[in-house]
Design a protein around this ligand. Structure first.
Ligand SMILES: *[C@@H]1O[C@H](CO)[C@@H](O)[C@H](O)[C@H]1NC(C)=O
Ligand SMILES: *[C@@H]1O[C@H](CO)[C@@H](O)[C@H](O)[C@H]1NC(C)=O
Ligand SMILES: *[C@@H]1O[C@H](CO)[C@@H](O)[C@H](O)[C@H]1NC(C)=O
Ligand SMILES: *[C@@H]1O[C@H](CO)[C@@H](O)[C@H](O)[C@H]1NC(C)=O
Ligand SMILES: *[C@@H]1O[C@H](CO)[C@@H](O)[C@H](O)[C@H]1NC(C)=O
Ligand SMILES: *[C@@H]1O[C@H](CO)[C@@H](O)[C@H](O)[C@H]1NC(C)=O
Ligand SMILES: *[C@@H]1O[C@H](CO)[C@@H](O)[C@H](O)[C@H]1NC(C)=O
Ligand SMILES: *[C@@H]1O[C@H](CO)[C@@H](O)[C@H](O)[C@H]1NC(C)=O
Length: 462
C-alpha cells in the first residue's frame, strides 16, 4: 500500500495528459492482431496481442553479455509512446479496444468463478465466510495456498528448491527519482540499485509496476541491458482478488505492454501485490502467459522509515537478514532455498538492500528466481535464453523449459499443507504483500492502513 504514494509523483508527470482518442487508435490495431488461443490456453502459445507493439530502439536482442551500461538515465524516451497508455495508478478502463481484444481471446470456461473479494475502507480484505479448511480457490491471502485447486494451473513459485539458494527479488520498480519530487530527487532512485548490482556482478528478478514503467522507461531499458529479469507486478498495485475478471486483465495487460515497449520482452512471470491471488486471478494470469511467483521470506523493508515508508525499525530488518544467515550457517535451514521479498521502493529499502547484498553473497548462492528454478526462458521471446542452475546455457526451447515444466523438476516436498503455518511461514508477518490473517476472519494490515489513507489523501490533492 505504501507504493500508492508513488502516484503523487506520477500524477504530476505527463501521464495526466493522455489522449483517449490516441489510445483508441492503437487499440484498434492491437485488436485486429490478437489471435485465438491455442488449446484454449494462451500460456501454452504466446501473448499474440503484443505482436503489434513496437519496442523502443536500441534494445538488446538477447541475453546481454560483457560490460553493462553506466551513467545517468534519461527521464523520458522519445520513442516510448506514452499517449497509448491509460492513466497511471488507477485501475485501467476495461472497455478499451486493446483490453477488449485480450478479454475476447481468453477461455473464460477455464477461469473458476471465485467471488470478487471486498476490501474494507482501511484496505484490509474481508475473508468472512470463506472456508479456510477446504480453501476452494487457493486464496493465498487467507491461507498462504500456493497449490491451485484448478488442475491445469502449475503451483506458484514460492521458494528456490535447492538449500543455499537465495532468490533475489525487488518489487515495485522502477524507482523513479521524481516519485518523491516534493522531497527532492532521491539519489537512491534508479539506476542506483542497478549500478550496485552490476558492480557486484549480481543478477536479480524485478517485479515492475506498469505505471512506474511508463513513468521511467529508461530504467526498464537499463534493467534488460544489465541482464536483470523483469516480471509483472500489475499496473496500479491493487489487491487483485478485489478486481473483476476484466479488471484483472487490464491490470496485467497494460503492464505487459509497457514492459514489452520499453524492454522488448514479454514476461512469463508475475507477482500479485500483497500476495493477493486466488485461482480465478491465477487462471487469468496463466492464460495471459504468466506463472504466479510469491515468496517465502519477507524482509518487511517497505515499512521502514524513509520516503513514503512506515515505522518499522531498520534494526528489525537487519535482524531478519542476520537470522536467515545464521540459520543457514548453523545447518538448520536445510530444507530448501528461499525467495526473498525486498523492494526498490525508496531510499530506505535500496540502502538496506545494498547494505546486505555483499554479506548474502558470501553466504548464499544469490540468483534471480528463474535461475534457481532452472528456468532458462523467463520471457516469451526465444532469443532470451539464460544460464540454468548448472551454469550452462541451454538451447532456447521455451516449450521445454518454461515456467510450467520447471515445476515438475522441483516438487515442493515441504509444502503438503496450504495452512499459514506451512512452508510459507515467514520470519516477518504483516507485510506489503503479506497481510496477516492469524486468529481473525478479517485481515489486519492496520499499520499500513493509516499510511495508505494519508497517501491517498495526498494523491487526491494533486
Ligand atoms: C503513439 O500512440 C498514439 C496512440 O496509439 C498514436 O496515435 C501515435 O501515432 C503514436 N505515436 C508514434 C510516434 O508512434
Ligand atoms: C534474435 O536474434 C537474432 C540473431 O541475433 C536476430 O537476428 C533477431 O532479430 C533477434 N530477434 C529479436 C526478436 O530480437
Ligand atoms: C540456528 O540459527 C537460528 C537463527 O539464528 C537460530 O534460531 C537457531 O536456534 C540456531 N540453531 C542452532 C542449532 O544453533
Ligand atoms: C536440518 O535442520 C533441522 C532443523 O531445521 C535439523 O533438525 C536437522 O538436524 C538438520 N539436518 C542436517 C543434516 O543438518
Ligand atoms: C530517507 O530520506 C528521508 C528524507 O526524505 C530521511 O529522513 C531518511 O533518513 C532517509 N533514509 C535513508 C536510509 O537514507
Ligand atoms: C536444468 O535444466 C537443464 C535443461 O533442462 C537440465 O539439463 C538440468 O539437469 C537442470 N538442472 C537441474 C538442477 O535441475
Ligand atoms: C546440475 O546441477 C545439479 C544441482 O547442483 C547437480 O545435481 C547436477 O549434477 C548438475 N548437472 C550437471 C550436468 O552438471
Ligand atoms: C490446517 O488448518 C486447519 C484449521 O485452520 C486445521 O484443522 C488443520 O489441522 C490444519 N492442517 C495442518 C496439516 O496443519
Amino acid at each position: 500500500m505504501v507504493t500508492k504514494f508513488i502516484a503523487i509523483g506520477l500524477l504530476g508527470s505527463a501521464l495526466v495528459a493522455l489522449s483517449d482518442a490516441a489510445a483508441t487508435k492503437a487499440s484498434q490495431k492491437a485488436a485486429t492482431t490478437a489471435s485465438p488461443t491455442v488449446g484454449g490456453l494462451l500460456a501454452v502459445s504466446s501473448p499474440a496481442w503484443l505482436a503489434s507493439i513496437t519496442p523502443i530502439a536500441g534494445l538488446p536482442s538477447g541475453v546481454p553479455s560483457g560490460t553493462v551500461p553506466s551513467g545517468a538515465l534519461a527521464t523520458s524516451i522519445p520513442g516510448f509512446n506514452l499517449s497509448a497508455y491509460p492513466a497511471g495508478w488507477k485501475t485501467p478502463p476495461t472497455n478499451s479496444a486493446e483490453v477488449a481484444a485480450v478479454i475476447s481471446a481468453l477461455d473464460w470456461t477455464k477461469v473458476p468463478a471465485a467471488p470478487t473479494r471486498k476490501g474494507k475502507s482501511n484496505g484490509d480484505l474481508v475473508t468472512t465466510g470463506y472456508n479456510e479448511n477446504t480453501d476452494p480457490f487457493c486464496w493465498w491471502s487467507d491461507t498462504n495456498c500456493v497449490k491451485p485447486k484448478v488442475d491445469y494451473l502449475p503451483e506458484d513459485i514460492y521458494h528456490c528448491p535447492r538449500p543455499g539458494d537465495w532468490g533475489l527479488t525487488y518489487d515495485d520498480g522502477p524507482f523513479n527519482p521524481s516519485d518523491f519530487s516534493k522531497l527532492g530527487d532521491s539519489p537512491w532512485a534508479e539506476p542506483n540499485l542497478y549500478n550496485f548490482l552490476a558492480a557486484h556482478d549480481q543478477k536479480a528478478t524485478l517485479f515492475y509496476i506498469g505505471s512506474n514503467v511508463v513513468g521511467f522507461p529508461a530504467a526498464a531499458k537499463r534493467a534488460i541491458e544489465d541482464g536483470l529479469t523483469i516480471c509483472v507486478h500489475t499496473w496500479s498495485h491493487p489487491q487483485m482478488t478485489t478486481m473483476t475478471n476484466d479488471q484483472v486483465v487490464a491490470e496485467l495487460y497494460w503492464t505487459l505492454r509497457a514492459i514489452k515497449e520499453s524492454t522488448g520482452v514479454t514476461p512469463r512471470c508475475w507477482r500479485p501485490p500483497y500476495g493477493d491471488v486466488d485461482d480465478r486471478v491465477r487462471a487469468i494470469a496463466w492464460q495471459m502467459g504468466m506463472r504466479t511467483v510469491v515468496w517465502d521470506e519477507d524482509t518487511n523493508d517497505w515499512n521502514m522509515p524513509g520516503d513514503g515508508g512506515g515505522n518499522l525499525s531498520p534494526n528489525v530488518v537487519d535482524g531478519y537478514f542476520q537470522g536467515w544467515i545464521d540459520a543457514y550457517k548453523n545447518g538448520t535451514d536445510n530444507a530448501s532455498g528461499h525467495i526473498v521479498l525486498e523492494h526498490e521502493l525508496n531510499n530506505a529499502t535500496v540502502s538496506m538492500a545494498e547494505k546486505w547484498l555483499p554479506t548474502l553473497q558470501t553466504t548464499f548462492n544469490v540468483v534471480p528466481v528463474h535461475e534457481c528454478m532452472n528456468i532458462s526462458n523467463p520471457y516469451w521471446e526465444d532469443n532470451f535464453s539464460y544460464a540454468t542452475e548448472n551454469g550452462s546455457t541451454i538451447s532456447a526451447d521455451s516449450s521445454s523449459t518454461d515456467m510450467s515444466s520447471a515445476l515438475s523438476t522441483a516438487p515442493p516436498a515441504a509444502l503438503e499443507t496450504d495452512n499459514e503455518s506451512g512452508a510459507l511461514s515467514a520470519s516477518a508477518s504483516a507485510a506489503d504483500s503479506k497481510p496477516s490473517t492469524s486468529g481473525s476472519s478479517v485481515m489486519t494490515i492496520s499499520t499500513l492502513s493509516a499510511v495508505m489513507t494519508a497517501f491517498l489523501a495526498a494523491a487526491c490533492l494533486m
